[in-house]
Design a binder for this molecule. Structure first.
Ligand code: AP5
Ligand code: ZN
Length: 207
């Protein structure tokens, strides 16, 4: 199946995609992780404002389409079924996606702004496994794991505000676009992770 997971920064895309990929045998394609793994890639030969993805990400801005589209094209060409997390983030990317693949469902996780800020500023990551935790809602029992947890560079209050602004300006129109097309499945993302997963899994099964 070809599934899009849409939602604001902190809505739970990564948390849910990881589980979906495992339970449905899908490839987890995430532009955020791909860019973090290639942060210092030299993109100065493209006609871009900054020379590396890192500079865009640390500012909370979108990395240029030509960089991201290439990553997605490559990843999807190697995937049979996939869950796409973090893309498309503007209408041009949505149009590009239509040219390279077809979709079974666009699942949208709806979460309010106050909750998004709480989730992002409390998020912690396990650099060894990629597992996602939260200082208040979900910490690992193992003390060794607790000690090695790190915070993402763009999860500072200031960058979080800018990411939410960029989301509102560029990505909300994408959500509207899929709603108008009649393929959007809206899910209450403020439930517990397990309850959100139940709804997401239902949406994927009936897609
Ligand atoms: P990206 O990595 O995609 O970040 P994002 O969209 O800002 O989303 P996040 O990863 O912050 O949140 P999430 O929805 O995955 O939430 P999570 O599951 O971790 O992009 C980062 C940057 O890369 C962008 O700013 C941009 O610069 C660049 N980029 C990426 N894609 C691009 C593109 N297509 N075009 C251009 N540039 C691009 O959960 C968050 C926290 O909440 C965790 O702590 C988790 O434990 C907790 N949590 C999750 N679910 C629940 C729940 N139900 N209840 C309580 N807590 C929960
Ligand atoms: Zn994520």
């Amino acid at each position: 199946k070809h599934i899009l997971l849409l939602g604001a920064p902190g809505a739970g895309k990564g948390t849910q995609s990881k589980r979906l990929a495992e339970e449905f045998g899908l490839e987890h394609v995430t532009t955020g992780d791909a860019l973090r793994a290639n942060k210092d890639m030299d993109i100065s030969d493209m006609d871009t404002e900054y020379d590396t993805p890192r500079e865009y990400m640390d500012a909370g801005e979108l990395v240029p389409d030509e960089v991201v589209n290439e990553i997605v094209k490559e990843a999807l060409s190697n995937a049979d079924g996939y869950v796409l997390d973090g893309y498309p983030r503007n209408l041009d990317q949505a149009e590009y996606l239509t040219e390279i693949t077809d979709l079974d469902a666009a699942v949208y996780l709806d979460v309010g702004e106050e909750e998004l800020v709480r989730r992002l500023t409390g998020r912690r990551l396990d650099p060894e496994t990629g597992d996602i935790y939260h200082t208040e809602f979900d910490m690992p029992d193992d003390e060794d794991v607790q000690e090695r947890l790190v915070q993402r560079d763009d999860d500072t209050e200031e960058t979080v505000r800018e990411r939410l602004r960029v989301y509102e300006e560029n990505t909300e129109p994408v959500v509207e676009h899929y709603r108008e097309e009649g393929v959007l499945v809206e899910i209450d993302g403020e439930q517990t992770p397990d309850d959100v997963f139940e709804d997401v899994a239902d949406a994927v099964e009936s897609a």
